[in-house]
Design a protein around this ligand. Structure first.
Ligand code: SIN
Length: 273
């Protein structure tokens, strides 16, 4: 098994068949996942059952309450854009499930149908974003917590309203907010990571949205600078496995008139401190 670290964030892992992992390979993958935040694999041939079996090596599966699942496997969420649809799922910087009390560990995304061109996914490192801040700002952020919510995204009046429940549903479940530290100690690596994101973070605890916005906006610009990001170009057989506590991602929506279908499994996480 070989590992090539990418500039920005992540690593490409080659020489491994995710259907048949040896114990040593699994140990190495777990270490690489903690170190790099997102792992990319090429030329895999995962059936839905293989996809589930791979995800289960890292923790129990979280069945996402908003995404439509495949007809045959409730554990697998569809990330779908039909030819005639103009909006995509995940088309802004975010990390999955920060609105949960125990945010998901990560997600395993498998390419099923790709557009002729476009449909790449951007990733950003929240380890590197944190490391790149001044000591003064790190000190300020270390004392802050932030409020995250799903209501404005998955709720009845949220960003996906008008989708007709074709892809995103269960809006009535988008009621909960969660409060997390702005700087977390990553549960696997022990490293510090920035833990706010443009899609789900509403404001700092005890601050108004207006007060929070200038600092959040600064952090979002900083975290998405070229030095901390990478662009993954999907091919048939590609798989990405990202850590939601150490990275953000952004599904580019630049393939109108074409069809894209990905299968996503999300893995349960733990409280963040
Ligand atoms: C997601 O945000 O989970 C989907 C990412 C993608 O479709 O590339």
């Amino acid at each position: 098994m070989q590992l090539e670290a990418l500039s920005g964030v992540g690593a490409v892992v080659s020489g491994v068949d995710l259907r048949h992992l040896e114990d040593m390979q699994e140990t190495l993958l777990k270490q690489a996942f903690a170190d790099h935040g997102v792992l990319f694999f090429r030329d895999q041939s995962l059936t839905p059952e293989d996809h589930i079996a791979f995800a289960c090596r890292f923790g129990p599966i979280n069945i996402n309450r908003f995404f439509k699942a495949t007809e045959t496997h409730p554990e697998i969420a569809e990330v779908r854009k039909e030819k005639e649809q103009t909006t995509n799922i995940g088309g802004a910087w975010h990390t999955d499930h920060s609105y949960d009390q125990e945010p998901a560990l990560g997600s395993v995304l498998v390419a099923r149908n790709l557009p002729q061109t476009g449909g790449d996914t951007l990733f950003a490192s929240m380890y590197a974003a944190y490391d790149g801040l001044s000591d003064g700002l790190k000190e300020t952020l270390s004392r802050l917590r932030a409020v995250h919510s799903s209501r404005h995204v998955f709720g009845a009046q949220g960003a996906y309203r008008g989708d007709g429940e074709q892809r995103i549903g269960n809006a009535e479940a988008a009621t909960q907010d969660a409060i997390h530290p702005v700087v977390i100690t990553h549960p696997l690596s022990g490293r510090k990571a920035l833990y706010v994101n443009p899609a789900f973070t509403l404001h700092f605890e005890g601050w108004t949205q207006e007060e929070s916005w200038p600092l959040l906006s600064y952090l979002y610009n900083h975290a998405t600078s070229d030095a901390f990001t990478t662009r993954f170009v999907w091919q048939p057989g590609s798989v990405a496995f990202w850590d939601n506590r150490a990275t953000w991602h952004y599904a580019l929506n630049d393939y109108h008139g074409d069809f894209r279908l990905m299968h996503r499994i999300t893995i349960e996480g733990c409280p963040l401190v």
